[in-house]
Design a protein around this ligand. Structure first.
Ligand SMILES: [Zn+2]
Length: 302
């Protein structure tokens, strides 16, 4: 499933490619997507048809496409709001890529790939296409798009909004394992299983350590999170199975992963054998040398 670095890669590529283009028409397959939700095509058309694409950006693992609001959506106030770093308030669509969702920009006369569910015809003979064979992804309109319920409850972005003091405050009193804390999008947005494993290894924190016990190491943890995410972005994302960028190219980050998917291999830092454990059906990868034995060791050290 795409995490922050993969969505960021796609958002940057699309931003360079489609900002300024105007949507001429919207086509939909009519098939239901994630959890049987049909795409609100009428709503998508209302927000995008005849409108210019102003921006493509990321919020957590969500991708947002902003449209010119015209006279009816307070477009005149948006530039100022953006400049002050405030939430944008214009119309747009939010896209979640699910497991296998892809956004592609292709010539309008190129045949649409199988499993194309929504296509935005642009005024420059190209089409922005949402393709999703497994249909765990979805897209939805919003005006303002930032007020979509999926976005409203997201925690801060670890690259742009979170600082050490804020992270320490959020860790306080949380008895859940640090891994579960980091996966919870309401606490911090954008992390999934891959980058949580990598961040905890970099920070030398065992995944089962109670979150509140990591509070004094918030600075180290934040540095580990950022290093893992920034490397992922530099490598244009991690492809394990389905992920490709907006040009259909796989990411290069899998070769740079230190622990994720590497059980039985030597740790690149200390050469101990990397282990895999399964909690609630999800794999966790860690190095017993760098990351110790977690809760038990942390308790003894106190
Ligand atoms: Zn190690």
């Amino acid at each position: 499933m795409p995490e922050l670095p993969e969505v960021e890669t796609i958002a940057r590529d699309l931003k360079a490619s489609i900002v300024g283009a105007r949507v001429a028409a919207v086509w939909g397959s009519g098939l239901a997507l994630h959890l049987g939700r049909a795409v609100d095509l009428a709503g998508v058309r209302r927000i995008s048809a005849g409108r210019r694409i102003l921006d493509v950006r990321r919020k957590g693992k969500f991708l947002l496409v902003d449209f010119d609001g015209g006279a009816d959506a307070g477009a005149g106030t948006r530039t100022g709001a953006r400049a002050r770093g405030a939430a944008t308030t214009g119309p747009g669509i939010v896209v979640h890529l699910g497991m296998s969702g892809r956004l592609r920009v292709e010539p309008i006369d190129a045949r649409r790939a199988p499993h194309t569910h929504v296509a935005f015809a642009l005024d420059d003979r190209r089409e922005l296409r949402f393709v999703d064979p497994r249909r765990f992804g979805w897209l939805a309109p919003g005006a303002p798009v930032d007020a979509r319920p999926e976005l409203a409850g997201l925690g801060p972005d670890p690259l742009t909004e979170l600082d050490e003091a804020d992270l320490a405050r959020r860790l306080a009193g949380v008895r859940a394992p640090i891994k579960a804390f980091l996966l919870d999008q309401k606490r911090i947005a954008g992390l999934g299983n891959i980058y949580v494993s990598e961040a905890l290894h970099r920070a030398r924190i065992h995944p089962t350590t109670p979150a509140e016990r990591v509070r004094s190491r918030a600075k180290t943890l934040l540095a580990g999170i950022r290093a893992a995410l920034e490397l992922g972005i530099r490598n244009r994302g991690t492809t394990l199975r389905d992920y490709v960028d907006a040009s259909g190219v796989r990411g290069n980050n899998a070769a740079s992963l230190r622990v994720y998917g590497r059980q039985g291999e030597p740790c690149p830092i200390c050469a101990e054998t990397i282990r895999r454990r399964v909690d609630a059906g999800r794999s966790t990868f860690f190095c017993p040398g760098c990351q110790g034995r977690g809760a038990a060791r942390t308790r003894r050290a106190r």
